[in-house]
Design a binder for this molecule. Structure first.
Ligand code: HEM
Length: 438
């Protein structure tokens, strides 16, 4: 009896070391079962790393949504208005008008962007200290930043909460850690509909007011806030786990900080896979052609690992060589709809990181993975803390590590159940397929 009890206790205590990985593998199997395994992986057996850039840049690798079952899932997570999300619009007049407006809004002069970032850090960090989740900490900051970038006026508190709540809802659903809350998403659409006349550049012509609100919501209040919060959470996690790099970053010049950001985005690219639907044939050699209508799945983490020695090691020194010679595309490929925030995002990340490092020492003992479902647990210690606080730090880090491991067990089960449900629900709703059928 005692032996059985001891065995049960041992199995229970060992759960964090083996259960999450098995549950994640099961979730991937369920996804593939429901969604089908339609894509051609790049790099993969057909297209190697050496031809990754060439195929991604091919003019026929341009379809965004129509014709891929995978699109139904993305449209579901981004709803409402996924058909107006810049990332998912097919090439054409409407796409050009939307992309022009995005570029105009993001063309903020560098000094103005730096100043706005500083003000947003000061307004949103306040007296924050102790144990935080970095992604949650960053959301209000970028909600304020992008509100002011779009409307040229400071973001009221209720709008900040609505935008951050909405962005959090989107990314939480995307990671299968929670279901969507459509009423909150509709509330943000209504808020934006009421403010269309206040946007500081002309909105894309030929769109209804609702379509204009969906466009703003998709590009600036989902994508921008989510991507900036995730990118900053990764950067701060890296700094928290590499105290030497953190100390250097406090005093180093911009070039050094840029290398730290580049290496962070190499190891933790925000995109796992970007997919394209081919609009024409792509010949690979005299025997092999990728036919029109194929789904190409460009795997960022695999590309970012190839061609680097010891690729799992964090080493900003890799970027002493020009980044264009390396397998490094954190903002996509210039020839095929790259990120329009390519210039602005690193400028603002650098300033936000410096502002935070002047206020705090960062420490984290939690797991740091690319999808970061734990939202980046971290300890913010005000600079110049006393010995008593440093003792508390050690205890807090032990607690953080144990909590993170056990949360992982529970979260993996939640992701399995909610993820399976959402994949099934997206398949049922078929938002993308229905849009193109009509
Ligand atoms: C560090 C932060 C960010 C990273 C790493 C990032 C990364 C990317 C990547 C890799 C793509 C291209 C994916 C593909 O080829 O399909 C992309 C596209 C896009 N990003 Fe970002 N992004 C970031 C921030 C932002 C921000 C702040 C905005 C603000 C509007 C934004 C808006 C977009 C849009 C609209 C697209 C679609 C472009 C198109 O299809 O024309 N991103 N992003």
């Amino acid at each position: 009896m005692l032996i059985i009890l001891a065995a049960v206790v041992a199995v229970l205590l060992s759960l964090p070391w083996w259960l999450p990985a098995r549950v994640v593998a099961l979730r991937v199997r369920v996804f593939n079962r429901v969604n089908g395994n339609e894509g051609i992986p790049v790099p993969g057996p057909l297209i190697g790393v050496d031809r990754f850039r060439e195929v991604y840049s091919h003019p026929a690798a341009g379809g965004r949504s129509e014709g891929a079952a995978l699109s139904d899932l993305f449209w579901y997570w981004l709803a409402p208005g996924p058909e107006m999300h810049q990332e998912h619009l097919e090439a054409g007049e409407r796409y050009d008008a939307v992309a022009r407006t995005t570029r105009a809004l993001l063309a903020m002069p560098r000094a103005e962007a730096e100043d706005l970032t500083r003000r947003c850090v000061a307004r949103t960090m306040g007296e924050t200290r102790g144990l935080v989740r970095l992604r949650d900490l960053m959301m209000p900051l970028w909600a304020e930043f992008y509100y002011e970038l779009v409307f040229a006026e400071p973001c009221p508190r209720e709008a900040r909460d609505l935008i951050a709540g909405n962005a959090n809802d989107v990314v939480t659903a995307l990671k299968c850690c929670g279901l969507r809350h459509m009423e909150r998403r509709h509330r943000l659409t209504r808020h934006l509909l009421g403010r269309l006349s206040r946007v500081r550049v002309p909105l894309p012509p030929g769109l209804s007011p609702r379509e204009q609100a969906y466009y703003l919501q998709g590009a600036f209040f989902n994508t921008a806030v989510v991507q900036m919060s995730e990118a900053m959470a990764h950067l701060l996690m890296v700094l928290a786990q590499h105290p030497g790099v953190q100390d250097d970053a406090r005093t180093a010049d911009d070039r050094h900080l840029d290398r730290v950001i580049a290496e962070t985005m190499r190891l933790y690219p925000l995109f796992g896979v970007a997919h394209r639907i081919t609009t024409g044939d792509i010949p690979l050699d005299e025997h092999t052609t990728i036919p029109a209508g194929s789904v190409l799945c460009f795997d960022y983490p695999a590309f970012h690992r190839s061609g680097f020695s010891d690729p799992d090691r964090f080493d900003p020194g890799r970027f002493e060589r020009p980044a264009k010679d390396l397998n490094h595309i954190p903002f996509g490929i210039a020839a095929n709809r790259p990120c329009p925030a390519w210039r602005l995002a690193p400028i603002t990340m650098r300033v936000a990181a410096r502002e935070i490092l002047t206020r705090y020492d960062l420490r984290s003992s939690a797991a740091h993975t690319r999808s970061m479902p734990n939202r980046g647990p971290c300890l913010l210690i005000p600079r110049g803390a006393t010995a008593r606080v440093l003792l508390y730090t050690r205890a807090a880090l032990l607690y953080m590590r144990a909590r993170d491991r056990w949360e992982d067990v529970w979260r993996s089960l939640v992701q399995l159940v909610l993820g399976s449900y959402m994949v099934w629900d997206a398949r049922r709703q078929r938002l993308c397929a229905h849009h193109f059928d009509h």
